[in-house]
Design a protein around this ligand. Structure first.
Ligand code: NAP
Ligand code: HSE
Length: 432
């Protein structure tokens, strides 16, 4: 075996702790598989006095990034701090100094991935980021390596564990949103700023990474339509159930004749769809390639050990490449495919309105939909409200976003409509 390789760990929170635990428990077998021993030589944290969930040798912790970045004895940097800055700056500095980098930072890879990959290639070092999408699920390596013989047509995934945990508990137990979010935070699933989970940006970052790899074209975060789960109410969940659907936050990328669709939004999925049974912190990523057909990747999308498992796999890959002097054996090639504007994207829709319960209201709403070419597939109106507004709910046939938005504008001006309570896209065909 080679002499022990030195690793600099940046961050000892949920994932950093998971990495250390796995190394403590599976040390021998990991060394054997890597073909070399390695050791964590320094750990960068913010607060030296904080209690840690793993035993750390004295002198290992530091608050000075230079102790890792400027130590020529450290050849691999594992960035697990999170956030764009200073993480991006540290990753760039590490690559520039000829160090290999492993990271789970989807924000940095989504924003700067293409640039960092180029820098790593120029420096002759590896940049691996399996933990950035899907926690413990291997998905980056399959897209980058195992599926190279395919033209990927579609990716549809539940890629945020926190929101899937919240939606599952709301659906199965009627739990309150805020209470379940606190649990997800306590379990270490949520981002430091949980709005990133709730409002869909975390899933959008992950979609940028997946779609860029799958379609081999650089996609920017601003090209991804993004809507989170904060507007989902128990009423929406109950109506979804009534129509035979379940609500999931989906990240969707599809190759179309005139460009790529890239969007993150809550979605009505038929209960029979394979992604409908992905519950709790689990993630599921459905991929369709022209040769392989349909694939489903499933596993824990967040948490210390699952994500730690992906990080260890990347470290072992780096060390195996290092032994064979074969860094950058896998090329990331770029073409340039346009991303379609959301206005041009076609889906079915669920629309929930509150209206006065009086004659002619339905006809007015139907006429507003009809004027923009929106055709209704099913509808329910509940109860008699007397003076109170009543819910009217529609599922439409497939229309373009611009048609739906135009019809909603018309509906909003009708005097008998109190409000448009929610609009949710519908995917995955008709329920059985
Ligand atoms: P975390 O629990 O918040 O831990 C962050 C760690 O980084 C802490 O140890 C913190 O130090 C340190 N840190 C943060 N900013 C720093 C700075 N400016 N200087 C020095 N140290 C700093 O985060 P996490 O949940 O482990 O997530 C880490 C990364 O993995 C993120 O990119 C996240 O998106 C990604 N990820 C997380 C999960 C998950 O399940 N949590 C899953 C997949 C990917 P202190 O401990 O001293 O505060
Ligand atoms: N906050 C993220 C999630 C962590 O809930 O999925 C895993 O990337």
């Amino acid at each position: 075996m080679d002499k022990s390789v030195k690793i600099g760990l940046m961050g000892l929170g949920t994932v950093g702790t998971g990495v250390c635990k796995i190394l403590q428990d599976n040390r021998e077998v990991i060394f054997e598989r890597a073909g070399t021993e390695f050791e964590i030589a320094k750990i960068l944290v913010r607060d030296l006095t904080k209690p840690r969930a793993v035993e750390v040798e004295e002198g290992l912790l530091t608050t000075n990034p230079a102790d890792i970045l400027e130590d020529d004895g450290i050849s691999v940097v594992v960035e697990l701090m999170g956030g764009l800055e200073p993480a991006y700056q540290y990753i760039e500095a590490a690559l520039s100094r000829g160090k290999h980098v492993v990271t789970a930072n989807k924000a940095v890879i989504a924003a700067h991935g293409a640039r960092l990959i180029k820098l790593a290639r120029n420096q002759g070092v590896d940049l691996y980021y399996e933990g950035s999408v899907g926690g413990g699920i291997p998905i980056i390596k399959p897209l980058r390596e195992s599926l190279v013989g395919n033209r990927i047509e579609e990716i549809m995934g539940i890629v945020n564990g926190t929101t899937n945990y919240i939606l599952t508990r709301m659906t199965q137990e009627g739990a309150a949103f805020d209470e379940v979010l606190k649990e997800a935070q306590a379990l270490g699933y949520a981002e430091a700023e949980p709005a990133a989970d709730i409002e869909g940006q975390d899933a959008a970052n992950k979609l940028v990474i997946l779609a860029s790899l799958a379609f081999q074209t650089p996609i920017s975060l601003h090209q991804v339509y993004c809507e989170g789960i904060s507007r989902i109410t128990p009423d929406d969940i109950a109506f979804a159930e009534h129509f035979g659907y379940i609500i999931k936050l989906l990240a969707i990328a599809k190759r179309r004749a005139n460009g790529i669709e890239a969007r993150v939004h809550p979605t009505f999925l038929p209960k029979e769809h394979p992604l409908a049974s992905v519950n709790g912190v689990f993630n599921g990523i459905f991929v369709r390639g022209d040769a392989v057909g349909e694939l489903m990747f499933y596993g824990r999308g967040a948490g210390d050990l699952p994500t730690g498992s992906a990080i260890i796999a990347d470290i072992v890959d780096v060390l195996r490449n290092r032994r064979r002097d074969s860094h950058h054996r896998v090329e990331t090639l770029w073409t340039h495919i346009p991303v379609k504007p959301m206005d041009d994207v076609g889906t079915r829709y669920y629309v929930r309105l509150h209206a006065q319960d009086k004659p002619g209201v339905l006809a007015q709403v139907a006429a507003s939909f009809g004027a923009e070419g929106v055709s209704i597939e099913s509808m329910i109106q509940q109860g008699r409200g007397q003076d109170q507004p009543v819910p009217i709910v529609f599922i439409t046939h497939e229309v373009e976003e611009r048609q739906m938005q135009a019809s909603l504008k018309r509906i909003a001006t009708l005097p008998s409509i109190k409000d448009i309570a929610n609009v949710i896209r519908v995917e995955g065909g008709m329920p059985l």
